[in-house]
Design a protein around this ligand. Structure first.
Ligand SMILES: NC(=O)c1ccc[n+]([C@@H]2O[C@H](COP(=O)([O-])OP(=O)(O)OC[C@H]3O[C@@H](n4cnc5c(N)ncnc54)[C@H](OP(=O)(O)O)[C@@H]3O)[C@@H](O)[C@H]2O)c1
Length: 337
């Protein structure tokens, strides 16, 4: 009897202790995070890719303001975005020509960074450059996939491997701009999801390898900020239609293509209108003593859903789409003339 009572007590104590331990650990980590903005910019440099517009452009201005030497990688240094960034920033911000798909650009950028390093060296690299492509997998060619992956994934791999020795010397930060589509599987986002899921795999492996060198690696996962940046490239139903061969034209008829285009554009238009939440997370990843390994940036409801999503069985996660009205319309419209 005593043994049963004893076992009963242990069984009761274990989950309660685990729960209390979990709460205390959460509290301690939250306290550490809120009180630990350590890295002021003075004497340290940060390299950011994709600063012509959007998140990269805004982050470059913020870090310049905080006293960092900012190497702002731009696809078009003579373009309006790069020029306005230069005009609005201090002389500590240097514009670099940096197409992340070009070995030559990365090599030249590294040379320029090495020649202009401040005393504390290169503190962080923010791998932000990226494009977004939307299309069903069957509407995409190999070149379409390669184009997205070359920029979003291999561009970051190329930049990271070139600049890692400098960041390691400073025991600094590597930051990666991913997306909710790295884990959230959705109609029309095949190529983009492949690129961002690959990017997260790279960043996760790097975090493990870099831990022993004191380099911290963070992944930023924004939701829908299509209206806050230049990521959304408008296309018409005709643009998509003209790329399809006869067989696909029969399957995905013109009316459906038009509907899909309208639906996609209106969904993107419903997102956040400013980028503050993302810029705050990027700043935290660069400057905090306790950067997070992941920053999920979405509304509170979406966040709850996205956090649950990886733990749900596939039949449930797939049904999010198969039960949606758009999916039902798609099923109805396919093959019809
Ligand atoms: N906005 C969102 O809703 C959202 C959500 C999740 C993730 N993201 C990610 O956030 C990152 C920044 O995007 P954003 O929203 O700020 O869009 P954005 O305004 O279009 O910024 C992306 C930047 O990358 C540049 N770029 C494109 N190809 C490049 C290349 N080959 N080499 C170097 N730079 C290149 C673009 O230059 P050009 O302007 O000259 O093309 C642009 O300056 C991307 O990785 C994107 O996937 C965005």
């Amino acid at each position: 009897m005593n043994t049963i009572f004893f076992i009963g007590q242990i069984i009761g104590i274990v989950p309660i202790s685990a729960f209390v331990f979990f709460l205390v650990a959460k509290l301690v980590s939250a306290t550490c995070r809120s009180s630990s903005h350590v890295q002021d910019g003075y004497g340290s440099a940060v390299l950011i890719t994709g600063c012509d517009s959007g998140f990269g452009h805004q982050l470059a201005r913020c870090l310049d303001h905080k006293g960092f030497v900012v190497f702002a990688g731009c696809l078009c240094p003579e373009g309006a975005g790069a020029q306005s960034l230069a005009r609005q920033s201090s002389s500590n911000l240097k514009i670099l020509k940096l197409d992340v798909t070009s070995d030559e650009d990365v090599l030249q950028a590294k040379k320029m960074v090495q020649e202009n390093l401040p005393v504390k060296g290169l503190w962080a690299v923010v791998n932000n450059a990226g494009i977004s492509e939307w299309a069903e997998i069957e509407w995409s060619s190999m070149e379409d996939f390669q184009h997205v992956i070359n920029i979003n994934l291999f561009g970051s791999v190329r930049t990271s491997t070139a600049f890692l020795p400098l960041v390691r010397a400073a025991k600094g930060r590597m930051v990666y701009m991913s997306s909710i589509f790295a884990f959230f599987n959705c109609l029309n986002m095949g190529a983009y999801s492949v690129s961002k899921r690959g990017l997260e795999a790279f960043a996760d492996c790097l975090r493990v390898e870099m831990a022993s060198f004191g380099v911290k690696v963070s992944i930023v996962q924004p939701g829908n900020f299509g209206q806050a940046t230049n990521i959304l490239k408008m296309k018409t139903g005709l643009d998509i239609w003209e790329k399809l061969d006869d067989e696909r034209k029969q399957i995905f008829n013109r009316q459906y293509i038009e509907l899909a285009n309208e639906y996609f554009m209106s969904t993107c238009m419903s997102g956040f209108k400013d980028a503050d939440m993302v810029i705050d997370a990027m700043l935290h990843a660069v400057t905090s003593a306790q950067p997070k390994s992941r920053y999920l940036l979405a509304s509170a409801t979406d966040k709850f859903f996205f956090q649950l999503f990886p733990f749900l069985p596939t039949f449930l996660t797939d049904s999010v789409f198969s039960l949606s009205s758009m999916y039902a319309k798609r099923k109805e419209m396919l093959y019809t003339k």
